[in-house]
Design a protein around this ligand. Structure first.
Ligand SMILES: [Zn+2]
Length: 66
């Protein structure tokens, strides 16, 4: 399988940023588990008090390991 990783977009989720003021380390109010393995976190920005949802996708299993 060939993929062009040079053009793949980079997604960094180590530090969630506020979509309004881009402040890091929001307050996580609540974490909810989704039925498909994902989880969503309700976050509140420490700087501007914006509310937003942070969705964590489930880890993709390696091919061959079921
Ligand atoms: Zn903010």
């Amino acid at each position: 399988m060939t993929r062009d990783w040079k053009t793949a977009p980079m997604v960094i989720i180590e530090a969630a940023a506020c979509p309004v003021c881009f402040a890091l380390k929001p307050i996580i109010v609540r974490t909810e588990q989704g039925g498909d393995g994902s989880s969503s976190r309700r976050c509140v920005c420490r700087e501007c008090s914006a509310h937003f949802l942070l969705v964590i996708e489930p880890p993709v299993p390696n091919s061959g390991s079921v």
